[in-house]
Design a protein around this ligand. Sequence first.
Ligand SMILES: C[S@@+](CC[C@H](N)C(=O)[O-])C[C@H]1O[C@@H](n2cnc3c(N)ncnc32)[C@H](O)[C@@H]1O
Length: 255
Amino acid sequence: MTDSARQFDAQADRYAASEVHRAGASLPVLLEYAAPRPDDLALDVATGTGNTALALAPLVAEVTGVDLARKMLDHARLRAGAEGHAHARFVEGSAEALPYAARSFTLVTSRHAPHHFRDAGQFLAEAWRVLRPGGRLVLADQISPDPETRRWIDRYQTLRDPSHFTQRTVQDWRDLAASAGFAWVRDTLVPYHLEFAWWTETAGTPAAAVAELRALAAGLTPEQRGRAGLEFGPDGALLAHTEPMLVVRLEKPRG
Ligand SMILES: C[S@@+](CC[C@H](N)C(=O)[O-])C[C@H]1O[C@@H](n2cnc3c(N)ncnc32)[C@H](O)[C@@H]1O
């Protein structure tokens, strides 16, 4: 079992109930960028409890969500049934080895998940393979402001959730998208303001790791704190941080 499957199977009930994940501000932007059509065959990669797939469901011909974590998929299936989405399917599978034939989809999405992927280049190659020419890939994921802050953020995020892999910069994503052959069409940053107590509770972070996170944050310079988006109370206690979510639309050229 992978770190992600272990982490998200354990947190599936909490995740399914989280409004931040279910309806957070990146979702309407992702939907606008995806511009779903009634004839779209959509694939949502690392779908979790189906938040993005089920937002797409009423707008497309068919939607499939894939994820590594079975318990997250169980929640997605339950919700699809309760909401009456008969053309939404949920399948176990990896972002880096999508269980579909080439050119099976017209739209691929992945929201709040690529920072867990070990090999984002392989994920983009897979998205390219399963998309038809002219297909769209819309991603939403938290980003680091620069490579140095990325190193610190990865340490911080991994303490909170051991399945975090890396929080890439916008330039990393531009380079990866170009290597995979995608056209970078439009992008924006959507800030997420996350309360520290909520953020550690939703990941089930143990008390010792919470203390370590506080100590790590306290040891940063004011400039580093600013770049990492950390907020402290007047008594010096860590209160929250802001994560910029990159939302980007990529296209597989027709030619
Ligand atoms: C934070 S949740 C995001 C869920 C969903 N996309 C949403 O919008 O709420 C991240 C999900 O990524 C899944 N995941 C992580 N690495 C994966 C991989 N390599 N392949 C497939 N799913 C993966 C986890 O199991 C988890 O369900």
